[in-house]
Write a protein that binds this ligand. Structure first.
Ligand code: BG6
Length: 516
């Protein structure tokens, strides 16, 4: 075990695990959320609607306050109008005037630049005023929805203006969005800056995949049931495929995406977190410390193949068709340099060097402008050791599979062979389905609802710790460095399933990607 796995538990225990607390509704206490970069896309499409949805579900305190900080000359009323529009357009739950009115009373806007001391003074006055008028009790979370290059400035200013200081019984927290660096070295530097101002337990790193119901359900599936765990190992599992496919291109995100690419954008975080959850051992409990320990053990055991040329693939989308519309290739998108080598598709094989997973490859793939939007984790089983049938009888029988459908169409599919009705023995693959929509009446909250609530509750299990981020970069850095020496990525057709090299990569191992 390495030193990084041995740290002592810190932070509160997950109240969901405590039988007494579990009966209590999880409602945030007096607090405010301050959003830096409040005019950005994330705030508009995800954060503001999630706050309204939480209020609508009765999970925010009556005096909750939302403070927007941005370089715009808005009044509180202008800000309220922006939140209103975003809620009307993107909220999950119905608009209710009385909920809105109460929430809107807690809106404040602080205009200013992230380097401007006057603006931070104003922010300080604003949170003090909220403590008096809204009863926020000195509890304030600062959400940095801004490029990571600006994190150091903002946390420094928060410190300088006393905004990071917890006063008697109150809390201060900081929420940061990925990318947490662009390689191991920069991630360490970034972490150093953030943790020199906020203690580790006050830093909440968002990986919104962990906020998804279906991702949390992977834990329920594995550890609440008896029937899966016995086969969850190299005796029965042939390989695992983790796919995150998107049909969209990069849209207006050229500035963020170019130079980052698919591997840094989603493999480093979302896909490696999915891998950790599917491969980890059972945690002692679901408190943050125990859960992170198990995830870290898996990530520390991940090994890359020696031949990265044979076991990784990358591509860039070319022009084509998506949903019946003609779409541009990546190099023709606005703001993308003509010779950009940024990959929009990435695939790789990794192995998990543990007794449970010896010899079981994990294949990860992600891409933009693929055939359809789907994220799934497919556990592919070995064939039965003996088939008492003729070859013709089983020619349409594939591998048994358990597919966790993260999105859309959330649920779980089991695939196995069944007899085709008739006078002959003929066996064909069939699917048995669990669909969230069919089994539960309530709809799933958005990932950001869950995560914002957890920040306000100070409940950390669903937030990756810095060590997990570092382990992710340790896995990915060699691949990214290798690709950097290989020139342009292969082009693939928009609307298809990625570059030929990705298919060849699996074919070499005698396998094929699932067509989701
Ligand atoms: C983000 C990536 O983390 O996840 C985006 O930066 C990607 O590039 C998005 O589009 C996908 O999220 P979801 O929840 O729609 O799968």
């Amino acid at each position: 075990m390495t030193a990084e796995l041995e740290e002592e538990p810190t932070g509160p225990v997950n109240p969901l695990r405590d039988p007494q607390d579990r009966r209590l509704p999880r409602i945030a206490g007096p607090s405010s959320l301050v959003i830096f970069g409040v005019t950005g896309d994330l705030a508009r499409k995800k954060l503001m609607p999630a706050i309204y949805d939480l209020a609508n579900r009765g999970l925010l305190p009556p005096g909750f306050a939302l403070v927007g900080f941005a370089r715009r000359d808005f009044s509180n009323q202008d800000f309220a109008q922006i939140v209103h529009d975003s809620v009307k357009e993107h909220a999950r739950t119905p608009f209710r005037e009385e909920v809105w009115q109460q929430l809107a009373e807690g809106f404040r806007f602080v205009p200013g630049d992230l380097t401007d001391d006057e603006a931070f003074k104003k922010l300080r006055e604003t949170v003090d005023e909220l403590d008096v008028n809204r009863g926020t009790g000195g509890n304030h979370a600062f959400y940095l929805s801004i490029p990571p290059s600006l994190f150091p400035k903002v946390v420094e200013k928060l410190k300088q203006h006393g905004l990071a200081d917890e006063v008697a019984g109150s809390w201060r927290r900081v929420v940061i969005e990925k990318p947490f660096g662009h390689d191991l070295k920069s991630a360490r530097e970034l972490n150093h800056v953030v943790e020199s101002v906020f203690p580790p337990e006050a830093v909440f790193r968002i990986d919104h995949y962990l906020g998804k119901e279906t991702v949390q359900n992977m834990l329920a599936l594995r550890f609440a049931n008896a029937m899966f765990e016995p086969v969850w190992n190299s005796h029965y599992v042939d390989h695992v495929q983790i796919t995150m496919a998107e049909d969209i291109g990069i849209g207006g995100r050229a500035g963020y995406y170019d130079g980052i690419g698919a591997a840094r954008d989603v493999i480093q975080n979302h896909l490696l977190q999915l891998l950790a959850l599917v491969a980890m051992e059972e945690p002692v409990s679901f408190d943050a410390w125990s859960l992170r320990q198990e995830k870290k053990k898996v990530l520390a055991a991940v090994k890359l193949p020696d031949r990265l040329d044979l076991h990784t693939a990358r591509g860039q989308y070319a022009a084509g068709w998506a949903g019946g519309t003609k779409v541009k290739g990546y190099l023709q998108e606005d703001g993308i340099p003509q010779h950009s080598a940024t990959e929009t598709f990435a695939a790789m094989r990794v192995d998990v060097d543990t007794r449970r997973w010896a010899g079981v490859p994990f294949y990860l793939r992600t891409g933009k402008r693929l055939g359809r939007r789907v994220t799934e984790v497919a556990v592919m089983f070995k064939r039965a050791p003996h088939l008492p049938f003729t070859a013709t009888e089983t020619e349409e029988l594939g591998q048994n599979a358990l597919v966790m459908r993260i999105q859309p169409d959330e649920g779980i599919t089991m695939r196995f062979g069944a007899k085709v009705p008739g006078t002959m023995m003929e066996i064909r693959d069939v699917n048995m389905d669990f669909a969230y929509g069919g089994s539960f009446t309530e709809s799933s909250p958005e990932a950001y609802e869950r995560l914002i609530l957890d920040v306000l509750l100070g409940d950390p299990p669903l937030f990756p710790q810095h060590t997990e981020v570092e382990l992710g970069w340790k896995i990915l850095d060699p691949v990214i460095n290798f690709w950097a020496e290989q020139g342009q990525p292969e082009q693939y057709d928009s609307g298809g399933w990625g570059p030929d090299s990705a298919h060849e990569m699996l074919a070499r191992d005698g396998r094929a990607w699932r067509r989701p």
